[in-house]
Structure formats: structure tokens, C-alpha cells
Design a protein around this ligand. Structure first.
Ligand code: AVJ
Length: 322
């Protein structure tokens, strides 16, 4: 890498962008897709017919709500902590069930976006006023540290939406291990994992004809343009998706359609692209039972139960400390 040690950066976004675009092959980090515009685009993705993940998980929760709520319940009540709560659409199914059953619990949704949390809090007041809600703004990482302080009663940690799929297996094990270290023996982790399936169905979910996923992917370039004073021409890049059925890894790329130079003023950087050179932007890992079991094992967790749809398109697992 050129000059990296001498440069100071204004933000993690600036530093990661600098590193990624100076690497060979080039990459950008998918977590930076989610600014206000990226959040909106992801909402649109979840409403697309091709993006089966959302409706599959919704159906699983709906079908098994009673069973799942039962597994969570505990004599002294429990804290339900959701990492990356978003609009809470799926969680509300479980909340309703638990309120109906008269379970004693607090719901603690965690999200990086205060905006998202405000909306969630308001909609919960309307729809499920009986639920006790305490929103927590912050990153997963910071919140995980705080999590271990919640020790007066059982904790149930929720991670929905196959969010773990953006992580390499190594990072996924670290993430699971961080959660595990915040768990007491009676605590539970409830997590969604998108499953391996017909490769075409997976490709279609990340390559919609309406171009929403393309806009979502290109939001990285939009952010570089606006926040780091870049001059990416979005028309000079195409969105490309691959899926390897052997590893279960879907990968998103932005591909340069021609030789071009891009300037990023705030990074004091000019970047050269060869024709058809790639920027890798995201992975969306797909799993099966044996891979989930292996990841859990590596992180000191064991699978206690799982819930799937009829075709096992998607699964939710309950984990405990080993
Ligand atoms: C939010 C990580 C679950 O990988 O399926 C959707 C993000 N990327 N379409 C996924 C995403 C392209 C999504 N996750």
C-alpha cells in the first residue's frame, strides 16, 4: 500500500475506502452501504418479490411463534435484545405472541441508526402498547460489550435477516464468539441463516431487473462522491453478482466498463481502472446445517433447535453456550 502510515484519515469510512481502492483486487466494505439512502434502498429490497429471505423468515416466525416464544420464556422473565432491529416487522410477530401469553420481558432493540429506532419505538407504542421497550443506539460491537452487563435474568439475543451472511466464516466465528462471551449459561441466541438452494433463485435475489440492488450496491460510490468529494460516474460501472454453489458464497461486484481515472479529493487520490477491472463490495453467505453447526462449534456454541420453512429455504436456529 502507498504511503499508508503517513496519512491520517477523518473517518473510518475514509480510511477503509483508501485501503480498499489501493488494494489489488479492489474492494469496498458493504457496511458503508447503509446511510439514509442505503437504508431506504434496503427497505425496497425487502419488498421485492425476488428477495425471498424476508418473506421466508416472516413465515417461519409466524408458523412457529408459539413454539419460539415458549423456548424464550423463563420464570423470572427475560430481556429480549435484538441486534440490527431495523423496522422490527418480523420481531413484532414474536412480541405480539409473548404479550398475549403474558410473558414478563423487556424488548431492547439495538440499531446503529437513531432514526430507525425512533420510528420503531413509535410504531410499537401504536401496535403493541403493552410491550416494555428500551431502545439502544450503537454498533453491534459496542453493544455486545454492554450486553454482558445484563445479567440479572435470562437474556435472549436476536439476530434476524441473515445479517451474519455479510461476514466471512472467520469473522462470523468472531462475531458469534463475542456474543457467546456475553452470554450466561441459561441465555439464548436466536439467529436467521439463509440456506443453500437452487443457485438461480439466489442469483435472482441479488440481481433484480428493476435495478434496486444495483442502486444499493452503487450507493457506495454515491457516498464516496458526496462524503469524500469523489467523481465516480455511476454509468461507467455495472453491478455484477456471482454465486458459487460449492462454497455457498454470493458475491457482489462493481465492474468498470472502460479504462478510467477517478479522483477522490478528500483522500488526495487518483485511482486508475483498467477496462473490466472489479471492485468487490459484498458477500451474502448461504449455509446448511453442517456449516452452521461448525461455526457454532468454533465459537463455543451449540445448536439447540432449528425452525425452517417447508423447502428449507431459510432457517432460524436457537444456540446456547456449550
Ligand atoms: C442485510 C446482509 C442480509 O446480504 O442478503 C440485500 C444485504 N445485499 N441485497 C443480504 C443485501 C443485497 C442482505 N443482508
Amino acid at each position: 500500500m502507498k504511503n499508508a502510515p503517513e496519512i491520517t484519515f477523518d473517518s473510518a469510512f475514509a480510511e477503509d475506502t483508501y485501503k480498499g481502492l489501493n488494494s489489488d483486487p479492489k474492494f469496498l466494505l458493504s457496511k458503508y452501504i447503509y446511510d439514509k439512502n442505503g437504508d431506504k434502498l434496503f427497505q425496497k429490497i425487502m419488498d421485492m418479490p425476488e428477495y425471498y429471505l424476508t418473506s421466508c423468515e416472516f413465515d417461519i416466525l409466524k408458523l412457529n411463534a408459539e413454539n419460539i416464544a415458549d423456548s424464550f420464556s423463563s420464570e423470572n422473565g427475560f430481556d429480549l435484545i435484538e441486534l440490527g432491529a431495523g423496522d422490527g416487522k418480523k420481531t413484532k410477530i414474536l412480541l405480539k405472541e409473548m404479550v398475549e401469553k403474558g410473558y414478563n420481558f423487556d424488548y431492547l432493540p439495538v440499531d446503529i441508526s437513531q432514526n430507525v429506532l425512533d420510528e420503531l419505538e413509535n410504531s410499537l407504542k401504536e401496535e403493541i402498547p403493552e410491550a416494555s421497550v428500551k431502545v439502544q443506539q450503537g454498533t453491534y460491537f459496542k453493544t455486545l460489550e454492554k450486553l454482558s452487563e445484563y445479567n440479572s435474568r435470562k437474556k435472549v439475543i436476536l439476530v434476524l435477516g441473515s445479517n451474519i451472511g455479510n461476514l466471512s466464516h472467520k469473522d462470523a466465528v468472531d462475531f458469534l464468539n463475542n456474543i457467546r462471551n456475553a452470554m450466561s449459561p441459561e441465555d439464548m441466541l436466536f439467529m436467521g441463516f439463509d440456506q443453500k438452494k437452487h443457485p438461480q433463485k439466489i442469483l435472482d435475489a441479488y440481481n433484480d431487473p428493476s435495478g434496486i440492488t444495483e442502486d444499493f450496491n452503487k450507493n457506495l460510490l454515491v457516498r464516496i462522491n458526496s462524503e469524500l468529494d469523489g467523481d465516480f460516474n455511476l454509468n461507467n460501472f455495472l453491478h455484477w453478482e456471482t454465486y458459487d454453489p460449492e462454497t455457498g458464497t454470493a458475491k457482489s461486484f462493481l465492474v468498470s466498463k472502460k479504462v478510467q481515472e477517478v479522483n477522490i479529493k478528500k483522500l488526495d487520490l487518483q485511482i486508475h481502472f483498467d477496462a473490466w477491472e472489479t471492485i468487490h463490495t459484498e458477500i451474502s453467505q448461504k449455509y446448511d446445517d453442517s456449516v452452521v453447526k461448525w461455526l457454532a462449534d468454533e465459537a463455543g456454541l451449540s445448536v439447540e433447535k432449528s425452525f425452517g420453512d417447508k423447502e428449507n429455504c431459510y432457517k432460524n436456529y436457537i444456540f446456547r453456550r456449550q
